[in-house]
Ligand binder design. Structure first.
Ligand code: NAI
Length: 338
């Protein structure tokens, strides 16, 4: 998709962080944008920010407040956006997400239901609701659309790896990537495309996501406090600017990339993917062979210093990623010291 002017975008998580950056950039490119988010105050603030940034009319931005995991609410919001803007989106970007970190073996159903509900189920919901409407309205034959259309999702570098402290998040994000690869194979015949954006660290509000965890999903197995949220937020403060991140996505959509990674030129993304693949290849080794390789890697790291993007716990910060303190089966070495 190359021509955005006068077209319609539907962006989830558009009230904050990466989604807000995307709404600003695509509004500036001349699109009318619907922004869907569960936080009403943040949505209203976002409308003003988008109008200021893009220099568009307030009627070009449509705030929709609902929980994206609620399929009926999502369908109703899609209907009203279509009625107001006069058609389904040409560009669907699903970016809403939450995170929660702790030992995988401490995870509860609520941890999985919340994180996978927002990070994976909402993406499925949007694709099921919108893709048939987009094909009907804009799809063509033999790869030539009536009008250009594209679906995109904000995933994560976490999609390429599991982690002992990131289980539900990594599971959701890797599923999202595979889902988007499937759409990327399916849509070109109609003239559409699909892209998945895989950032590492964004300057956003996701460090505070736990504050907005729904009441019925609050039984977490992880240690969460004001201190852990402040620590996470301090890390995200050093992340990529959301509009800069959106520029990477826009370039990827324009040029038909399936994966977009916001780390300089695409040759650098290749190197990162190859590094990840090498780690996955190690999973084939026996435990003894793998441990030996790990030791060699650790020794190299000590010689060469931490890899780019690595961070350490700042003085006085409360470490995140531990288990709830009353879970007595958790090996104490799995809990960071607080
Ligand atoms: P953010 O917290 O600033 O924005 C996420 C938005 O999603 C919030 O406005 C929130 O209200 C909304 N949201 C959450 N649950 C919702 C629900 N059930 N229904 C409707 N809206 C809901 O966070 P950020 O960082 O901008 O996150 C955007 C995406 O980027 C997420 O998918 C996240 O996983 C991904 N990501 C973030 C990274 C980071 O370092 N912040 C790194 C890699 C990926």
């Amino acid at each position: 998709m190359k021509d955005f002017k006068g077209k319609i975008a539907f962006i989830t998580g558009g009230a904050s962080g990466a989604g807000l950056g995307q709404a600003k950039l695509f509004a500036k490119a001349g699109m009318r944008v619907a922004i869907a988010d569960v936080r009403r105050d943040a949505l209203h603030k976002a409308v003003g920010e988008i109008v200021d940034f893009a220099g568009c009319k307030v009627t070009d931005v449509l705030p929709l407040c609902f929980d994206l995991t609620d399929r009926k609410a999502y369908e109703a919001a899609a209907d009203s956006a279509e009625a107001i803007f006069g058609g389904p989106p040409h560009l669907l970007i699903q970016t809403a997400g939450v995170n929660s970190f702790g030992p995988i073996e401490a995870s509860t159903f609520d941890d999985f239901d919340w994180v996978m509900g927002v990070c994976l189920d909402h993406v499925v919901n949007g694709l099921i609701i919108f893709v048939p409407r987009m094909i009907k309205a804009y799809g063509g034959k033999d790869g030539v659309p009536k009008e250009e259309f594209h679906v995109a999702t904000t995933s994560s570098m976490g999609a390429f790896m599991g982690g002992a402290g990131t289980g539900p998040y990594s599971a959701a994000k890797s599923a999202v990537n595979n889902l988007m690869y499937s759409y990327a194979m399916a849509l070109p015949v109609y003239g559409g495309g699909a892209t998945v954006l895989c950032p590492a660290n964004i300057n956003s509000n996701i460090g505070n996501a736990e504050k907005f965890r729904p009441e019925h999903l609050r039984n977490t197995g992880y240690h969460v406090s004001e201190g852990t949220m402040a620590h996470l937020s301090s890390i995200h403060a050093g992340g990529i600017d959301p509009v800069e991140l959106a520029e990477y996505l826009k370039e990827g959509i324009e040029n038909g990339r399936i994966i977009v990674m916001p780390f300089g030129p695409p040759e650098e993304w290749m190197k990162m993917l190859r590094g990840n693949n090498e780690t996955i290849e190690d999973y084939i080794l026996t435990a003894a062979e793998r441990n030996k390789k790990m030791e060699e890697r650790m020794a190299a790291m000590q010689r060469n210093g931490p890899p780019p993007g690595a961070w350490s716990v700042p003085e006085g910060a409360e470490p995140f990623g531990g288990a709830r303190k009353d879970l007595d089966y958790i090996d104490p070495s799995r809990n960071p010291k607080w």
